[in-house]
Design a protein around this ligand. Structure first.
Ligand SMILES: NC(=O)c1ccc[n+]([C@@H]2O[C@H](COP(=O)([O-])OP(=O)(O)OC[C@H]3O[C@@H](n4cnc5c(N)ncnc54)[C@H](O)[C@@H]3O)[C@@H](O)[C@H]2O)c1
Ligand SMILES: [Zn+2]
Ligand SMILES: [Zn+2]
Length: 345
């Protein structure tokens, strides 16, 4: 089969690989119909993710059809259409019993990281019973690819951890696929103001279409001042960090209102400053989280009911043969205006 293989920092190639087979009775082999590229795949290609060894097939998002199934997988059968979670959950360890699947001692984020991923014709999914979700008949599969990672991430790490409540004021720093997913799912709770912050005017325009009440281009360094004008000098109850750098975590610290919550989503490669000299008296909370995908079944229901339309995050389509072009398009988002790209087999 064809697969997109990580070959070390800065290097990747489409290679011919052996089709995966069942290794444990809890496995399933899924024929991938649609997959996508994540910012995290770009992090791996930069060499930022030490756990991902050269030779690994990339990708942790996608939908497909069950091709083969292990003897102990009871809830799926060959031919079923499934959504693949970016997080593998054994369902039995202490973390899984707490629905903290991201820290599953037998799984967690392993797909396209420590084991071969979804950017291929087939993928082996360990613990298939608890790591795959059935796709309801007739559903738009492309839209559901957004449920493998970005929607649960925006919702769990941003919206739930950020304790968004009706009438509250929210700022989301970073208007990429993750920030926009937080924006979509924040609206479940009817906050009064949702202020999106980014450097890229095109992404801010998208944010307006997706429900932002205000947008701020932070390139002039006056973000906090502008946000204070919008919030009557109070700041926001929830500040979601969806970039992963010190400068944007700083913006969150500058704009948080007393009693508020800073919910960090971004993957930070470098240390950041924490200004307790200004925050110590503000009664705030700071949260961090690796996505658990415990909200996936609920989000699936919301998407099926058309309460949100994650399909609008898809900007480009490619065939698997064009996956290198898909990477180029996704990697140059500022020029190509790419948000999510769909790769079809
Ligand atoms: N916690 C988790 O489980 C989890 C899961 C998936 C992704 N992530 C992380 O979430 C983050 C966002 O992911 P994404 O795919 O949306 O990334 P992205 O790179 O597509 O988007 C980031 C956005 O931030 C903007 N930005 C960059 N510097 C900025 C600045 N100084 N001020 C304001 N905006 C700025 C960019 O213009 C871009 O629109 C990444 O760090 C990613 O690794 C975390
Ligand atoms: Zn991802
Ligand atoms: Zn587990």
């Amino acid at each position: 089969m064809k697969a997109l293989v990580y070959l070390g920092p800065g290097q990747k190639a489409v290679q011919e690989r052996v089709k995966p087979s069942i290794q444990f009775p809890t496995d399933a082999i899924v024929k991938i119909t649609k997959t996508t590229i994540c910012g995290t795949d770009l992090h791996i290609l930069k060499g930022d993710v030490a756990t991902c060894a050269p030779g690994t097939i990339l990708g942790h998002e996608g939908v497909g059809i069950i091709e083969e199934i292990g003897s102990s997988v009871g809830n799926f059968k060959i031919g079923d259409r499934v959504l693949i979670s970016c997080i593998t959950a054994c369902g039995k360890c202490g973390y899984c019993r707490r629905q903290m699947y991201s820290h599953c001692i037998n799984g967690g984020w392993i797909l396209g990281n420590t084991i071969d991923g979804t950017q291929a014709e087939y993928v082996r999914i360990p613990y298939a019973e608890t790591s795959l979700y059935p796709i309801p008949k007739g559903e738009d599969e492309e839209a559901l690819v957004m449920l493998s990672d970005i929607l649960p991430t925006g919702f769990e790490c941003g919206v739930l951890n950020g304790k968004i409540s009706p009438g509250s004021n929210v700022a989301i720093v970073g208007s990429g696929p993750i920030g926009l997913s937080a924006l979509l799912s924040a609206q479940f709770y009817s906050p009064a103001k949702i202020i999106m912050i980014d450097l890229d005017d095109n992404r801010l325009e998208m944010a307006k279409k997706f429900g932002a009440t205000h947008v701020i281009n932070s390139s002039d360094g006056k973000t906090a001042q502008k946000l204070m004008e919008i919030t009557n000098n109070i700041g926001v109850d929830t500040a979601i960090e969806a970039v992963g750098i010190g400068a944007t975590f700083q913006i969150c610290q500058d704009i948080i209102a007393p009693g508020g919550t800073i919910a960090n989503i971004g993957v930070h490669g470098k240390p950041v400053d924490l200004h307790l000299e200004t925050l110590w008296s503000k009664n705030i909370s700071i949260t961090t989280r690796l996505v658990d995908t415990s909200s996936t079944p609920m989000l699936l229901d919301v998407v099926v009911a058309k309460k949100i339309e994650p399909k609008n995050l898809i900007t480009h389509h490619f065939k698997f043969d064009e996956i290198l072009k898909a990477y180029e398009t996704f990697g140059n988002a500022a020029k190509t205006n790419a948000l999510k790209v769909i790769i079809s087999n």
